[in-house]
Structures are given as C-alpha cells and as structure tokens.
Design a protein around this ligand. Structure first.
Ligand SMILES: [Zn+2]
Ligand SMILES: [Zn+2]
Length: 414
C-alpha cells in the first residue's frame, strides 16, 4: 500500500477541542476540508496539506538560499563617501560585539536558528522515516517552532531601518535581497501548508480504543484525543497527558510578572544611542517613535508604535484580565476574552521588530567618531520581556478559562 494514499479521518472519531475541552464527534473529512470547534470556533483540522515530497523540495531550496540570504548584503548605503553593507549576520555580529551577546542571540534565534531548524526538521522527517528513526521529537518541536520563525518581521525591520537611515545616506538594495525575499516567502508557505496532524497520522497512526468517551483526554503536544497509556502518556507522541496542564497558572503568572518588571527598564532606559560628531543622543522606545513621527514618517512611526509599545502593553493587560477572570470565576464576556487571547497570541511576535531594526542600524551606521549607532541597555530588557510574554501565552491552559466560566455561571445561577 502506498503510504501517501492514506486519507485522513476516513471514519468518524471523538475529538476534544485543545482550547475549550469540548468533546465532539468529528465526521469523516476529505483532505481539503477544515474543521472548527462547535463551541469556541478553534480550528481543529487544518484542511491544508502539502506532500512530503514538496516540503522536502522546499526545505532543500531554503537551505540553498540561506548562505546568501544571511551573509550577503541586504541593504547598502553610501555614508560619508564610504559604502557600507548590512547583512543579517553582520547585524547580529555587531550587536554581539558592541552591545551584548544575549540580545544578539535572541535576534539570531528568530532569524537564523528557527528557519534553519524548520528546514532541517523537514529533511529529517523525509529521510528519518525511510530509515525508521524516531520522528516524535522532531514532530513535537515543529509544533512549537512555528511562531519563532520571524523572517517576515525582519523584512519589515529592514524597511524601518532603511527609512531611518535615509536621513543620513543614500540607500540601495543589496545583492542578497532577492534570495532573502524568496526564503521568506518559502518559509511562510511552508508554515501555512505544514499539516502536523496529517504527519502524525501518517507516521504514528492510532486507532481510537473503545471506552467511555467522557474519560478521553486531548494531548496538547500533538492534539491527539485518546486514553492515557499505562504510564499516563499520550499513546501517539508519548508526552504525559493531563486533564489540565499542571502549574499552568503559576507558570503564566511568573512569566507575566517578570515581563511586567522588565517593561519598566525597557521603556525608561535608552534603547538606541547615536553619536553625531562626538555628541551623544539617546532615544527611548517612545522618543524614537516620536522622532520618527515628527520627521514625517507617520506610517513607519505607527508600525513601530504598534509593535513596540501597544502590543506588549495590550498583551500584559489582556493576560492580567484573563488570569483574574480565572481566579474570580467571572461569568461575563467569555467570547471577548477568548478573542483577545487569540489576538495577542497572534500579534505577540511582532514586538521583536525593534530589536531587528537596531541590529541592522548597528551594522549600517558605524563610522566611529563621526556618526555611529549603538544599542542601549533597554534592548536586552525589551527582548526578554517580549519573549516572556510569548511564553506566558503559551503556558496558559485556555481550558481553565472555560472551567472558571462554567463554575462562575453555576454560582451565579444559585
Ligand atoms: Zn473549543
Ligand atoms: Zn500527544
């Protein structure tokens, strides 16, 4: 039998929603059909898939493009009679040597580490399955990797950096731009069409055992609905499954409080420092936005304001609101809370934009005494706060919101 011919969900099966824990029966679906949770409208079945052959071809193309896209110049400028090139690697290197290596490694992970891991994982799946290797860790990692591939955000970062530099110099597109654009497009297409559920079905197909459907549990790691095995693990991916994620609230609170503390130095200390003819000029996140706006770049100022100021603060407020609603079992506005949580989970990664801009500026505007640009101490605090808020959203078991809502409603009715 051809292994590619397995049609997913050829018969009905029970499924629990990963977000609200509703148990429902999933009818047989064709490859292109998507399925949504009847209660919270979360997407349960993706309805897209690309064959492993196509994904492998794309992974190879991405790996071939990476050396050019990462090391060759993306933007080049003429500054004080000299030509300066900025490449992704150069930016990270400057950030590491003039600023600090931790902030530089945050940028490196989101722009080089995650895309590289994505391409290598796809190749591992293709050849590992032929060689009978354990594919579970790679499938589990791919699920978590998706939001850390930030090539698209770096692209917007380039546009912002170009507009900021335009005040000092003429800008030209570098030779790696085409390779970078193609790489970004391929990574976005891969992430849209990568259907992990179907890959799990193909490599580790599971029959749903007979039993009381009420005791079925959904695995948050691989989204399989089934009974725990003898060791309390998911039968498909072997990660322990629980009725609710253990310590979800404690972990979310810890990450959120740490992020809130870090947001103070992130916004009060200078994030970038410019030296013009020996004079030092400091900019905080907010004053940077204001100076962009006053120099007439309103759209760019708006993008930076949304990504660096509005999104992190909205995220903190939404998470606080949801955590309090769980603790106080609020019966009201459940739909709004769920929508807000999905929104902040979706836009959260865009906050890394400012760090990418800084990394590019550091490699472009670097003429020693005459004109130079370097990062301020706020960059590290800001990057850490953004990563912590992304983790806080990840660690929050959204089923707890529904539990609290149900108990709240019951108490309210009494
Ligand atoms: Zn649901
Ligand atoms: Zn699982």
């Amino acid at each position: 039998m051809n292994i590619n011919a397995i049609v997913p969900l050829s018969k009905a099966r029970y499924q629990r929603c990963c977000e609200c824990d509703l148990l429902f029966s999933l009818p047989p679906l064709s490859r292109k059909q998507a399925a949504y949770c009847p209660r919270c409208n979360a997407k349960v079945v993706l309805g897209r898939d690309w064959s492993m052959t196509r994904l492998t071809a794309i992974a190879v193309a991405m790996l071939l493009l990476m050396p050019f896209a990462f090391t060759e110049p993306l933007i080049s400028i003429r500054l004080l009679g000299t030509r300066i090139n900025a490449s992704l690697m150069e930016g990270i290197w400057q950030m590491s040597s003039q600023g600090d290596p931790i902030t530089a490694s945050m940028v490196a992970f989101c722009t080089i580490g995650a895309p590289l891991t994505l391409a290598l994982s796809l190749l591992y799946l293709r050849f590992g399955s032929a060689l009978g290797m354990n594919l579970r860790p790679v499938l589990l990692m791919l699920e978590r990797l998706k939001e850390w591939v930030m090539l698209d955000i770096y692209l917007i970062g380039m546009a912002v950096a170009a507009i900021k530099v335009k005040e000092y110099a003429d800008i030209q597109m570098g030779s790696a731009m085409i390779a970078y654009l193609t790489l970004t497009l391929l990574s976005i297409l891969t992430l849209i069409h990568l259907n992990l559920e179907q890959l799990w079905e193909r490599y580790y197909s599971q029959e749903q055992r007979a039993g009381n459907p009420e005791t079925l549990l959904v695995c948050l790691a691989c989204h399989y609905t089934g009974f725990q095995d003898q060791r309390g693990r998911c039968p498909r991916c072997h990660v322990p499954i629980h009725h609710r994620q253990p310590h979800s609230l404690q972990k979310t609170w810890a990450a959120l409080i740490a992020a809130m503390v870090l947001l103070f130095p992130a916004n009060l200390l200078p994030i970038s420092i410019v030296y013009v003819n020996g004079a030092r000029m400091e900019d905080t996140i907010f004053s940077g936005v204001v100076s962009l706006a006053t120099s007439g770049n309103i759209p760019i100022a708006a993008i930076v304001f949304i990504a660096s100021v509005l999104v992190p603060f909205t995220k903190v407020i939404v998470l606080l609101m949801i955590l309090f609603s769980i603790h106080f079992k609020t019966p009201h506005s459940l739909k709004t809370r769920i929508r807000l949580l999905r929104l902040v989970a979706w836009v959260g990664r865009w906050s890394m934009l400012d760090l990418f801009v800084i990394s590019l500026m550091m490699s472009l505007v670097n003429r020693d005494q005459l004109l130079s640009f370097t990062m301020g101490p706020a960059a590290f605090y800001f990057g850490s706060a953004v990563i912590l808020t992304i983790l806080a959203v990840k660690w929050l078991d959204s089923r707890l919101i529904w539990d609290a809502h149900a108990t709240g409603n019951a108490e309210y009715a009494d």
